[in-house]
Design a protein around this ligand. Structure first.
Ligand SMILES: *Cc1c(COP(=O)(O)O)cnc(C)c1O
Length: 384
């Protein structure tokens, strides 16, 4: 008999896998499905980025093992981009590590810094990778509720003192998946202060900084004075340039934290395929030009979704950033009941809020990574 390790037995069911199974059943019945579930852009990677990779593919030096921290030119491009976009100084020599998608770095970080029994502060609802990576190394998660009355920011003053004393790491992520909330300097200042007081690492997940609307520009955690003393920021080319399949991201910030993450990587994986890094360098060096048309498409969808949901009877905040609408489930349903009903009766895939944590119960997440916005909302409305 093959027996799974305890850490695998402890895993919550992977949300998207279950939805996929149900989706398949519905599709078999011939239903025309509109998928507003996963946050994976439906638009191709810009051709110029593909061309940069294509040329690099033929260069034999790119066929060998890449360095785990990333090509110096790639690290330099990330540092230059952080400077021009956020005004943050990053030393490409020791304050950057390349990642095979930021999910990889997020999942590996606790291996470097959490001992069994140590605590990590995790947002709830939140990206499921945070608590799983902590559980895998024997750490404990303290879930910080993200509630509407706090603009979906954690209430730092409500975290118990005894938890803070055992805390080694805090995950935060704004612009936020799944709530689409954003964070400003005041919040990050409080985070830096708390991290200094209780001596823990802050890991800021900034995957959505370039998916923003109506002239709003998300900031970086590292813009705050002292932030680099306590933390790092994860970034990814996935959402910014429609490159989810390429697997390219990076972390920047505190050199000791970057070094710890690098130690894990050296021992268990390699760097990003160099042809992909060459494409990444091109993308970062031409960020404004390449991202603008992408942002326009999502801006248009965001406006359409806002209008369509407002015509109906839905409770939500209009997003300033991200692909997501975080919408209240109609009265009388749980998140799971309502999303199942939408899929089975209307062929609409959305994500139940409780899949991101218990505090997400009562919400569902709509992703605008599908152009069929009005049609989808009509079907959702007709389900109520
Ligand atoms: C999409 C996403 C990422 C980026 O994942 P990659 O591994 O870089 O593709 C990171 N964090 C959150 C919250 C995300 O939604």
């Amino acid at each position: 008999m093959v027996e799974m390790a305890e850490r695998i037995k402890k895993l919550p069911p992977y949300l998207f896998a279950e939805i996929d199974r149900l989706k398949e059943d519905v599709a078999k019945k011939g239903v025309d499905i509109i998928d507003l579930g996963v946050g994976d852009p439906d638009i191709p990677t810009p051709t110029e980025i593909i061309d940069a990779a294509k040329e690099a593919l033929y260069d034999a030096k790119n066929h060998q093992y890449p360095s785990y921290v990333g090509m110096y030119e790639f690290r330099e491009a990330t540092a230059r981009w952080y400077k021009s976009r956020f005004g943050v100084d990053i030393n490409p020599t020791d304050e950057v590590v390349s990642l095979i998608g930021s999910k990889e770095g997020i999942a590996h970080l606790p291996l470097a810094f959490i001992n069994p029994g140590d605590y990590a502060l995790i947002p709830d609802p939140g990206y499921p990778v945070y608590p799983v990576s902590v559980m895998f190394v024997g750490g404990e998660s303290y879930r910080m509720p993200l509630k509407k009355e706090n603009n979906f920011l954690p209430d730092l003053s409500s975290i118990p003192e005894d938890v803070l004393k055992k805390t080694k790491l805090m995950f935060i992520g704004y612009p936020n998946n799944p709530t689409s909330a954003v964070a400003e300097k005041d919040f990050y200042k409080d985070v830096v202060e708390l991290a200094k007081k209780y001596d823990f690492i802050v890991a800021s997940d900034n995957a959505y900084s370039e998916i923003c609307y109506d002239g709003y520009k998300p900031i970086s955690f590292l813009e705050i004075e002292g932030a680099k003393d306590v933390g790092i920021e994860f970034h990814s080319l996935s959402k910014t340039f429609n490159m989810t399949g390429w697997r390219i991201g990076f972390a920047v910030g505190n050199r000791e934290v970057i070094n710890g993450l690098g130690k894990v990587k050296t021992n268990i994986d390699s760097g990003i395929f160099q042809a992909v890094q060459v494409a990444g360098i091109y993308a970062l060096n031409n960020s404004e030009k390449l991202n603008e048309p992408i942002r326009k498409i999502f801006q248009d969808r965001k406006d359409k979704m806002t209008k369509a949901l407002s015509r109906g009877s839905f409770e939500f905040d209009e997003p300033k950033a991200t692909f997501y609408f975080w919408v209240k489930v109609p009265n009388g349903y749980t998140s799971a009941e309502f999303t199942k009903k939408l899929l089975e009766e209307k062929g609409i895939v959305v994500t139940p809020g409780n899949g991101f944590g218990d505090v997400g119960e009562g919400y569902f997440r709509i992703s605008i990574t599908n152009p069929r916005i009005e049609e989808a909302v009509e079907r959702i409305q007709s389900a109520i």
